[in-house]
Design a protein around this ligand. Structure first.
Ligand code: GTP
Length: 418
């Protein structure tokens, strides 16, 4: 559920981010050509051999208009309105487009609509030349504004280095392409097909549009965010699965322990004894033989229950089990076979040694302080198994020997082989 919410949040954040990056996280510089930051220049071909004359016409609405009288007799007549930064070169790589509200008029050679040439002139100390304005590398776009919906959005990637300039300014390969990191002037110029006569260039508004974070970088960042989120999710999920697995293993181990142990006496039950024997066999194989089995049954236990109550009976059983456990070597197994009957399994122990152990235990019981001042004894039956196949028979024989001990008067150890 949480994951679904996080996913939805990530989707919403991505969409909002894309929208914000497109709409609001933008930078904008208006080309107004005045104040302490910008200058506006009027340029015509009179400086390069022509006779055209350009003049700035003030417009009440803040638009900049250039009236230009193109004169005949010069090969490349032009007039232009040039915006310059008064605070050093502009880094236009931080912008993506030039938004323009413009109109032009004037007679053209082909009789078509008047064209506007837009130049981005950039500086580099390695550009060849005499160090004059003509040594700025021009990047140009030419179009006819008439009939276009304003504003026109000119993407800066559309600006190409003017071929006429490239021909007269041979450059090293690394400087040949567009370079917009040091733009010194942005010019709006008459087209290349002008006829003599009056031409007007009117720039109502021009603005450079950029993004705080370039859209490609922003999208790359979003892809990275998704990748990291996905990676985080995978790590989190695998951790979760492992934790769940650990918990369930612990739980099943705890359940298994419960299932293999007698809850009253805390020694193994029959199932626990079988499992322990399996493990012993697996670990040591035939080395555990000869193995002795001892059946131990408390004497007259019913009487204890009847005379002192079930609770005392429980206490006696618990103490009996604990006494057996505490007085056996570590590898020997103790299990409650049922009721007041217990089984001892002694690996690598022949029957005569098991009888000796049983006798020792019998003596321990005699010394034990039992609840309600009772004197508790038990009957013991011992049998030996030489190999795995003989184990079941040994169990049976030990049980029978224990019954023989009962019939012989209880509180004694009897070996099946005796
Ligand atoms: N308090 C208590 N009594 C139990 C438990 N399990 C079995 N018993 C009792 O143990 C008694 C066993 O009685 P019997 O099988 O007649 O054997 P006994 O009285 O010990 O006589 P012998 O075995 O012949 O010496 C029965 O009364 C059972 O109710 C237990 O968990 N707690």
């Amino acid at each position: 559920m949480v994951l679904r919410w996080l996913l939805a949040l990530l989707v919403v954040l991505t969409l909002l981010g894309l929208l914000a990056n497109e709409r609001w996280m933008t930078r904008r510089v208006v080309l107004h050509g005045q104040g302490p930051t910008q200058r506006l220049e009027v340029v015509d071909d009179s400086g390069s051999g022509g006779a055209s004359h350009a003049a700035l016409v003030s417009a009440a609405d803040g638009a900049k208009a250039l009236r230009c009288e193109i004169k005949p007799g010069f090969d490349w007549p032009f007039c232009e309105l040039q915006f310059e930064s008064a605070r050093g070169d502009l880094d236009l790589t931080r912008f993506s487009s030039l938004r323009l509200w413009a109109s032009v008029s004037g007679p053209q050679k082909d009789g078509g609509p008047a064209q506007l040439r837009v130049f981005l002139r950039s500086f580099h100390p390695d550009y060849p030349g005499k160090g004059g304005g003509e040594d700025l590398k021009p990047h140009e776009v030419i179009f006819a504004p008439a009939g276009l919906a304003m504003p026109v959005e000119l993407r800066l990637s559309q600006f190409m280095v003017s071929s006429w300039w490239a021909q007269t300014h041979p450059l090293p390969v690394h400087l040949m392409g567009p370079q917009l990191d040091r733009v010194r002037a942005i010019s709006f110029s008459t087209g290349g097909q002008v006829l003599p006569g009056e031409h007007v260039i009117r720039i109502e508004r021009a603005e450079l549009i950029g993004h705080w974070v370039p859209p490609e970088t922003f999208r790359l960042g979003l892809v990275g965010l998704w990748m990291f989120s996905l990676l985080g999710y995978l790590v989190w999920e695998s951790w979760l699965v492992r934790a769940r697995l650990r918990r369930s293993v612990k739980r099943s181990q705890a359940l298994e322990k419960l299932a293999l142990r007698d809850p009253l006496t805390q020694v193994a039950n029959r199932e626990g004894l079988n499992r322990a024997l399996e493990l012993l066999m697996r670990a040591q194989g035939e080395l555990i033989f000869p193995m002795s089995v001892v059946f131990v049954d408390a004497d007259y236990f019913k009487r204890i229950n009847d005379e002192h109550g079930h609770e005392v009976g429980d206490q006696v059983l618990t103490l009996l089990a604990q006494t057996l456990r505490a007085n056996l070597p570590r590898d020997d197994l103790v299990a409650r076979w049922g009721g007041e009957e217990f089984v001892l399994v002694m690996p690598q122990t022949p029957a005569d040694e098991a009888v000796a152990v049983a006798e020792r235990l019998r003596a321990v019981l005699a010394r034990t302080h039992w609840p309600a001042g009772l004197a508790v004894t038990a009957s013991w039956g011992v049998a030996e198994a030489c190999n795995e196949a003989g184990l079941e028979a040994a169990m049976r024989e030990a049980d029978q020997a224990m019954y023989r001990a009962k019939h012989a008067g209880r509180d004694r150890v009897i070996s099946a082989s005796a």
